[in-house]
Design a protein around this ligand. Structure first.
Ligand SMILES: *Cc1c(COP(=O)(O)O)cnc(C)c1O
Length: 370
């Protein structure tokens, strides 16, 4: 038996008729950039998240970069300012800060949830700290009340990286609606995935929304009148049309992810496999199901021999990457331990019960000593 980590073809084929219809509408409209489909997606996504504004952009990294860039244009952030960010995240979160000439200040996560630890944030705040960029890693939201309180108490901007948390709800409020602004990715493998690159910014701030809207389109709101030295980071009509189809199914697909995760949690019983910790059911959308195993490579080989494909998210912490030489000397033991022990099991929504049980049995048959 073979269980792939993620079968994107099968996932999208579930909606083949609807996706083909959406594709044909765009084809026949003859309008491919900044049109009705984008406007419709921005409206739908705003009402889904409960926010005032959604601004579609080219990808998730651009979403984060443009939020910070817009705050610079508004005079709220300046080059050299510090932004607190979790040390264990996908590198994009940190790149968005350094790309803008600001300083990422890395903090250790909570070893149980892998997420930003509010108790550790206040320790790194200086008079240069201007924002917290939090990441809802693996699809689980951070403990939002505590972090929001710190942002409020210290007068910091709160920016959410929601690239892995589309649809997650913490204490009744969706991810993307907790801070001053949020960046989303709709990379094909995310919970809400396009059929190519795509991203969005959500915010309740009218001024920020206006600036981001201009920045993504050459810094221009009125064609050929440029307010800012902007970029080209637009979400095209085709991806917007396909995302409108996929958004309708997001809650149902997240429910399938939850049922797969709860089966893993109840049935994987093994002294060497540490299962993930869930804080609030609705606040986890299981973008990834990440377990920790001390002898990870051996465990991965065992599963691979049984045909179960796994992936490591992520093998090297950002501060140990060649790209961040200036951070290479730093030591974050919790983060490094996470990077050395995590391994992601498949959470493909097209898996059968048989597939899921097969993966569970494969995990439970792991023998660390042979
Ligand atoms: C995927 C991802 C991004 C970047 O999104 P892209 O669309 O690939 O640019 C940013 N942050 C996190 C946490 C991600 O997982």
């Amino acid at each position: 038996m073979k269980v792939p980590f993620l079968n994107l073809k099968k996932i999208n084929e579930k909606h083949k008729d609807e996706l083909c219809k959406a594709f044909n509408q765009v084809l026949e409209s003859g309008w491919y950039i900044m049109g009705e489909r984008l406007k419709a997606f921005e409206q739908e996504f705003s009402s889904y998240c409960g926010v005032k504004h959604t601004i579609g952009v080219a990808n998730g990294l651009d979403a984060l970069i443009l939020i910070i860039r817009a705050y610079k244009e508004l005079g709220i952030l300046r080059e050299g300012d510090e932004i607190v960010v979790p040390a264990n995240t996908y590198i994009a979160s940190i790149l968005s800060i350094s790309e803008n000439g600001l300083r990422p200040v890395l903090v250790e996560p909570d070893p149980q949830t892998f997420n930003l630890d509010s108790k550790k944030i206040t320790k790194v705040i200086t008079n240069k700290t201007k924002a917290i960029l939090l990441v809802h890693l693996y699809g689980q939201m951070c403990e939002m009340e505590a972090i929001k309180k710190i942002a409020d108490d210290y007068g910091l901007l709160l920016i959410e990286d929601c690239a892995q948390s589309q649809g997650a709800v913490w204490s009744g409020t969706r991810s993307g609606n907790w801070g001053n602004a949020a960046g989303f990715s709709f990379y094909p493998g995310k919970n809400l995935g396009a059929l190519g690159d795509a991203g969005a910014i959500t915010t309740n701030d009218d001024r920020l929304s206006e600036v981001v809207r201009a920045l993504r389109n050459y810094g221009s709101e009125i064609k050929y009148y440029n307010m800012y030295k902007g970029v080209n980071s637009r979400l095209d009509e085709l991806q917007a049309a396909l995302l409108l189809v996929k958004l309708k199914h997001l809650d149902a697909e997240n429910a399938i992810r939850r049922s797969i995760a709860s089966k893993y949690i109840s049935d994987i019983i093994h002294p060497n496999i540490t299962l993930p910790t869930v804080i609030q059911e609705e606040a986890h959308v299981w973008h990834l199901f990440v377990v920790q195993v001390e002898n990870r490579d051996k465990f991965q080989r065992h599963l691979s021999e049984l045909g179960v494909q796994t992936v490591i998210h992520y093998p090297i912490a950002p501060h140990k990457q060649k790209a961040y030489k200036e951070f290479n000397h730093l030591e974050f033991p919790i983060t490094q331990k996470i990077h050395n022990t995590v391994i992601s099991l498949p959470v493909d929504i097209t898996m059968s019960d048989e597939d899921i049980n097969y993966i569970i049995d494969a995990c439970n048959s792991y023998n660390e000593t042979i």
